[in-house]
Design a protein around this ligand. Structure first.
Ligand SMILES: [Zn+2]
Length: 203
C-alpha cells in the first residue's frame, strides 16, 4: 500500500508502506543489474514476482505481466530449466566474486550497525513474547505477560531491557541511557538500586 487511508498505522501511529509488486520488481532488477556491473558479472537477468501463497490469485490479469502464482510455479521452474546452459569458467569467477562481495559486506554490517540509540523505539518488552508491556502503575512489583501469562518481577523486565541494550550496542548502558531505553517507565532511583549500586564491602 503506497497510499494507506488516513488513520491507519500501528500502535505508535507509524504507517509502514510498501511499493506495489511491479515497482519493487523494477527496483530490485535495477539494484541487481548495478551489482552485476560493479562485480563485472555478465549474465542476463530475468525478473518475476512469485506469489507464494497457495490461495492467492489475481483474476482477469492482463497477459504479459511477470507474475507467477503458486499453481504455475512448477511449470515455471521447468521452463526456466530448459534455458540453463552449463557453467563456464566465467560462471565460476562470478560465483567467487559474489561470495567475496557477500563476505565483505557482512563484515561492514557488523562494524557499522545501521541503527542508533535515537533511531530505535524505546519500548519495554516481555522477554517471553516480545510484546509491549504497556502501562505500569507506580512502584508495581510484578507483571504478567498479557499473551502467555508468565509472571515477572519488574526487575526482570529491566534486566531484559538492559540485556537488549548490551547486545545491540556492545556496551553497558549508563543510568540515563537505561532510563530512556526503558521508556522512562522505571524511575532513575529504582534503576540505580537495581543495577548501579556499588556493593558495599562486607562488614
Ligand atoms: Zn509471554
Amino acid at each position: 500500500m503506497e497510499n494507506p487511508e488516513e488513520g491507519e498505522g500501528n500502535a505508535n501511529g507509524e504507517v509502514i508502506t510498501y511499493k506495489n509488486p511491479i515497482e519493487q520488481l523494477k527496483e530490485n532488477r535495477i539494484n541487481l543489474a548495478q551489482l552485476f556491473q560493479k562485480l563485472n558479472i555478465k549474465l542476463p537477468i530475468e525478473s518475476y514476482v512469485i506469489f507464494a501463497h497457495p490461495n492467492y490469485y489475481i483474476h482477469e490479469l492482463p497477459a504479459g505481466e511477470p507474475f507467477v502464482f503458486r499453481g504455475q510455479l512448477q511449470t515455471h521452474i521447468e521452463k526456466v530449466k530448459q534455458h540453463i546452459y552449463p557453467a563456464t569458467e566465467d560462471t565460476q569467477i562470478y560465483v567467487r566474486n559474489l561470495e567475496r562481495y557477500n563476505k565483505d559486506t557482512s563484515k561492514e554490517d557488523y562494524q557499522l550497525p545501521n541503527y542508533t540509540f535515537e533511531s530505535l523505539s524505546k519500548i519495554l518488552l516481555f522477554p517471553c513474547c516480545k510484546k509491549d508491556i504497556g502501562l505500569l502503575s507506580n512502584y508495581q512489583k510484578f507483571i504478567e505477560c498479557h499473551n502467555c501469562h508468565k509472571k515477572y518481577a519488574m526487575k526482570d523486565i529491566g534486566e531484559y531491557a538492559r540485556w537488549e541494550f548490551q547486545n545491540l550496542f556492545g556496551q553497558e548502558p549508563t543510568l540515563m541511557q537505561l532510563y530512556h531505553w526503558c521508556d522512562q517507565k522505571f524511575s532513575k532511583p529504582r534503576l540505580h538500586t537495581w543495577f548501579y549500586k556499588k556493593k558495599s564491602p562486607p562488614v
